[in-house]
Design a protein around this ligand. Structure first.
Ligand SMILES: Nc1nc2c(c(=O)[nH]1)N[C@H]1C(S)=C(S)[C@@H](COP(=O)(O)O)O[C@H]1N2
Ligand SMILES: [Mo]
Length: 201
């Protein structure tokens, strides 16, 4: 059986098999997945914006962003293509430290992550308020590699990993939900891996 074999592998690695969501298997590697190409980024002109339903819109340079308090998390990655990677460490800025500057309006309930080349991903605001969510610039103690989103990516640990936009350039707060790039191609809007919310059909 797929499930029994997948659980045995997780257990052998010293990880509680209850942490493996349905239909997933463990990988020790970190696969690279995205649409399009790895963008070229010049940190001197790069910026990060917080916009939409906020009292104060933000435009932060790389120096501004990395001067904010740093937060570290350790999370499990679950990709809709069925691989799971346990205990990946990330370092970056937590939403709470951006919210302190931007002051979200009470109407702000959803977020669109805006990335290079027009890529977007949507989540409820609560998903980035999560203690373990992060706007990350390091993984495993090192700067993100270009293919994993350098200089900045979103990490939304409660959802399948396609919601975790690489090459992140901004967060736009909305009073309504607005499907992102993959959601527009039929990926599930909610993407809860415990419920196997993979595709909408
Ligand atoms: N900007 C951008 N971010 C993206 C994507 C993309 O196409 N463009 N793909 C998503 C998908 S489908 C996955 S599975 C994860 C993969 O992240 P990884 O390559 O670091 O494993 O990135 C997500 N973030
Ligand atoms: Mo994906």
């Amino acid at each position: 059986m797929f499930r029994a074999r997948a659980e045995r592998k997780v257990e052998k690695a010293g990880i509680d098999p209850a942490r493996l969501p349905p239909g997933q298997y463990m990988t020790e590697k970190w696969p690279v997945l995205h649409a399009g190409t790895v963008p070229k980024t010049d940190l001197a002109t790069w910026d990060f914006r917080v916009s939409g339903e906020v009292e104060t819109e933000l435009r932060l340079t790389w120096e501004d962003l990395t001067a904010l308090p740093a937060t570290e998390i350790e999370i499990d990655i679950h990709c809709v293509t069925r691989w799971s990677r346990f205990d990946t460490r990330f370092k970056g800025v937590h939403w709470r430290d951006l919210a302190a500057l931007a002051s979200p309006k009470p109407s702000a309930r959803f977020v669109v992550a805006e990335a290079e080349q027009g890529f977007t991903a949507n989540v409820p605001l609560a998903a980035i308020e999560d203690e373990n969510a992060l706007i990350a610039y390091e993984a495993g103690g090192k700067p993100l590699t270009p293919e994993h989103g350098w200089p900045l990516r979103l990490v939304v640990p409660s959802k399948y990993f396609w919601k975790s936009a690489k090459w992140l350039r901004g967060l736009k707060l909305l009073n309504h939900d607005q499907p992102g790039f993959w959601e527009g191609y039929g990926y599930h809007n909610e993407a809860d891996y415990w419920k196997e919310e993979r595709y909408e059909f």
